[in-house]
Design a protein around this ligand. Structure first.
Ligand SMILES: Nc1nc2c(c(=O)[nH]1)N[C@H]1C(S)=C(S)[C@@H](COP(=O)(O)O)O[C@H]1N2
Ligand SMILES: [Mo]
Length: 312
């Protein structure tokens, strides 16, 4: 058994709040919005360690785990900027307090305080591959819970066909939100059937520790068989709805980033091949696999679907 404990050096966030964040708060003290948020920001503090949990041997990643410093320093998180080096600036994002609303067509709509949610869910570790549409990939030990377990708590109604995952918008720390041509807030979506698939995962940690800001703290979704842009970060709201939600990338460029976005080496992006992928860290190139190698768990969901562009 593989028990995951926090590292001894895991500190309350207040002890590691970077200087820029402190300066930023002071610089903006006069802003009415921030005054309103003042008490909440003042409480930005302890991030509890993850509860003890074990690795689920059914998800071993199938390849070498990416070095932690690579996976946490090469990111896509457009709220902080459109370049890969957003990790440092993302530290300004307050990770507590944090609430996740789960609402819409569910019998038990809930607003979870994040640490209550983590305490109540069955936390496990899974090593999963993440494949970005830009043709790089990483393999990460994520801690979290099956999205299915959340469905069991909120109980979707029969009319719920889709889930929309909305990322936090915090203009005071997310300079990307000023790029007003993007359809903020970042929203991505899946079907109710995809949400109930055992592979759909809500991550709250990686490498045994709470998620770092740049990877989507404190909670993000993962659809390991789809291109990474479907896996929204820093989620504040999950809405169950009947209509297919408008999505971030589907609004920007629907011809290049479709709703389904399942990984397939034989369906090129209009501007580049998807036949192979680069493993971040090692730089090695390996062949891309259909469904990112997870066909056994997911392919049957799409059997017989007609008229849908399943692969981008
Ligand atoms: N809110 C939000 N979520 C997001 C993104 C983003 O820009 N904003 N980028 C996506 C893309 S394109 C990828 S590949 C993954 C990257 O996750 P990582 O930085 O943890 O590797 O996050 C996805 N989730
Ligand atoms: Mo991506």
């Amino acid at each position: 058994m593989n028990i995951i404990r926090r590292k001894g050096w895991a500190l309350p966030e207040s002890a590691v709040t970077p200087r820029e964040f402190v300066l930023n708060r002071r610089a903006l003290m006069g802003a009415p919005a921030l005054l309103a948020a003042g008490p909440a920001l003042a409480q930005t503090g302890a991030i509890p360690p993850l509860p003890e949990h074990t690795r689920n041997a059914a998800f071993d990643g199938g390849r070498a785990i990416t070095a932690e410093r690579e996976a946490t320093n090469y990111n896509n998180f457009y709220e902080f900027g459109t370049y890969k080096g957003i990790a440092r600036d993302a530290q300004r994002m307050p990770r507590r307090p944090w609430r996740l609303k789960v609402e819409g067509l569910v019998e038990n709509p809930r607003e979870f305080e994040i640490d209550d949610l983590i305490r109540m869910m069955p936390i496990e570790e899974r090593v999963l591959r993440l494949r970005c549409v830009e043709a790089w990939a990483m393999t990460v030990p994520w801690s979290g819970f099956a999205l299915k377990a959340l469905l069991d708590v909120v109980k979707p109604m029969a009319s719920a066909k889709y889930l929309a995952f909305q990322t936090a918008s915090i203009p005071s720390v997310m300079p990307g939100l000023r790029q007003s041509w993007y359809p903020w807030p970042h929203t991505e979506a899946c079907t109710i059937q995809e949400a109930g698939n055992e592979l759909s995962f809500m991550a709250v940690g990686m490498y045994g520790n709470p998620l770092p800001a740049q990877n989507g703290a404190p909670i993000r979704v993962l659809f390991p068989w789809k291109y990474g842009f479907k896996s929204g970060k820093s989620i504040v709201r999950i809405n169950f709805q009947e209509q297919r939600p408008d999505t971030f990338w589907g609004t920007i460029q629907p011809q290049e980033y479709g709703f389904w976005a399942n990984v397939n080496p034989e369906v090129p992006h209009p501007r580049w091949s998807q036949a192979s992928e680069r493993l971040i860290g090692s730089g090695e190139r390996v062949p891309t696999r259909i469904w990112n190698g997870y066909g056994e768990q997911v392919a049957s969901m799409y059997e017989g679907m007609r008229g849908e562009r399943l692969f981008l």
